[in-house]
Write a protein that binds this ligand. Structure first.
Ligand SMILES: [Zn+2]
Length: 175
């Protein structure tokens, strides 16, 4: 089943600033979508604002698929960022790693933190809304987005249709 309206709204990049679908932008420029939502609300474009808001809300409910690299059993629930600035999301440069992820076990969290040898470690849940607290520039957002693709079991060169399916649970056909 596909949703005609969703397809029009999400797939066609009617915002001339970004020639990409909303779903792909979730991994590349969450910051843009967040501010776009504010803009749509301000301009009273309720239908579009409502749909973007739903995408942002539903995205935070996605379940990680990556297996904990420490116990190799459970699914991961958090990841760590190592940074050297005063505050992430502003002046900090940061590092991420596939190994700086862990399940809910305290042992695994300890092992994860033990692998971070430099910088200050901060722990986050793999939620899209957290991207705002970590990264601002496109390059930095893409770093987090690429880790999220691994966490959610998606390919690094995710296409519009793959991203649509991931967020909406439906196939995107007939474009
Ligand atoms: Zn574990």
């Amino acid at each position: 089943m596909t949703h005609k309206l969703d397809k029009q709204f999400f797939y066609k990049p009617f915002w001339s600033r970004k020639q990409k679908s909303m779903e792909v932008l979730m991994f590349e420029d969450y910051y843009f979508l967040y501010h776009l939502l504010e803009e749509l609300k301000r301009e009273n474009r309720q239908e579009e604002a409502g749909r973007l808001e739903e995408l942002l809300k539903e995205a935070d409910k996605k379940t990680p698929q990556m297996t904990c690299p420490h116990c190799k059993r459970e699914r991961i629930v958090e990841f760590a960022v190592s940074h050297n600035g005063s505050c992430l999301g502003s002046d900090a440069t940061f590092e991420l790693s596939d190994n700086w992820t862990c399940c809910s076990s305290k042992e695994c969290r300890k092992k994860m933190l033990g692998k971070i040898v430099s910088g200050r470690a901060e722990i986050f849940e793999p939620k899209f809304s957290e991207i705002l607290n970590i990264a601002i520039t496109l390059e930095d957002q893409a770093k987090v987005g690429n880790l999220y693709k691994k966490i959610f079991g998606l390919s690094e060169s995710i296409t519009d249709t793959e991203a649509y399916k991931f967020f909406k649970g439906d196939d995107l056909v007939g474009i």
